[in-house]
Write a protein that binds this ligand. Structure first.
Ligand code: CUA
Length: 173
């Protein structure tokens, strides 16, 4: 059945293209003034070009607006627990390892040596939050744990022979 549909579709399209070619061939004998046509299409092009730029601007601004760059997931009304995270070859220095369900947490992530990746995994080992841990820079990442359990912290950036040893844990109650 699919084959027949594909065949009929391509045959129809082929006929359509042949018809367009035929029409152009027939019309090519006709003599027309060139200038008005050029003017008309330049105008049209300007119109559609401007329209397209405006449309793209609107779409870009509208979609970028929604990105949560530097925006905590909780409202401004709620105070976050601030936790300093320092990555180093090969381990983590993390201020606090226990959190409450629903408690807004702001991780401030940096590195003592090279680039690392701070990744938080839930109990099914799904990555639920991550940011880069970079020397001389502090990345903020906002997290509100919604389920109690044990969460793994793993390094997401290959940082040397002990990369796989960079593990830590959060307990959420
Ligand atoms: Cu730190 Cu990989």
């Amino acid at each position: 059945m699919m084959q027949i549909i594909a065949w009929v579709t391509s045959f129809t399209l082929m006929l359509l293209i042949a018809a367009v070619f035929g029409w152009v061939a027939l019309k090519s004998r006709e003599k027309r003034e060139y200038d008005p046509i050029v003017k008309k299409w330049y105008k049209t092009r300007k119109f559609y070009g401007t329209g397209l730029v405006i449309l793209m601007l609107v779409v870009t601004i509208y979609t970028l607006r929604e990105l949560p760059y530097n925006e905590p997931a909780y409202g401004a009304s709620q105070e976050a627990t601030i936790v300093d995270v320092e990555a180093l070859q090969f381990g983590w220095n993390i201020d606090q390892h226990e959190f409450d369900v629903g408690e807004p947490v702001e991780f401030r992530v940096t590195s003592a040596d090279v680039n690392h990746g701070f990744g938080i995994y839930d109990e099914d080992m799904n990555l639920i939050e991550q940011t880069q841990a970079m020397p001389d820079y502090r990345n903020k990442v906002y997290m509100t744990f919604e389920e109690p359990g044990t969460y793994q912290v793993l390094c997401l950036e290959y940082c040397g022979v002990g990369h796989h040893m960079m593990k830590d844990e959060f307990i959420v109650k």
